[in-house]
Ligand binder design. Sequence first.
Ligand SMILES: Nc1ncnc2c1ncn2[C@@H]1O[C@H](COP(=O)(O)OP(=O)(O)OP(=O)(O)O)[C@@H](O)[C@H]1O
Ligand SMILES: [Mg+2]
Length: 134
Amino acid sequence: MLSQAKILPIERDMDIITARTYVRDLARALGFGPIDQVRIATAVSELARNIYLYAQVGTVTSRPLERNGRRGIEIEFRDQGPGIGDLDLAMQDGYSTSLRIGMGLPGAKRLMDEFEIRSADGVGTTIICHKWLA
Ligand SMILES: Nc1ncnc2c1ncn2[C@@H]1O[C@H](COP(=O)(O)OP(=O)(O)OP(=O)(O)O)[C@@H](O)[C@H]1O
Ligand SMILES: [Mg+2]
């Protein structure tokens, strides 16, 4: 479980919970404490829900990380949905095209240590985020 990437499909509501639970368990196995487990699980819920809401279908891929002697977790969210037209706008607190709270993307960025988002109209959205063990 610890060594390789796990790719989880997001196709229906239930898959959001499955991804959240899998990644939280991986984070625990890697040594993250309870508070970081909740941070990571919350970010996964938000970003997997965005896939489900806006792209319908996509994947959540998680794997252990090791860089310069530091260990952590990488989670990648990928879809081939409509993409995000204005990324700067979408990353602002309170911006939503669906009359929601608009905190998913900026909130997830704050919960993780590194957050990279790529998106293009008609091509889809990819988000890669990292959290490091203290
Ligand atoms: N994977 C995605 N594909 C296409 N558009 C997206 C995707 N994720 C987010 N967006 C767009 O970015 C906006 C902001 O996303 P964010 O998650 O911050 O807020 P929200 O989903 O509208 O509300 P909340 O997450 O607080 O319930 C969304 O309203 C949507 O227009
Ligand atoms: Mg959202």
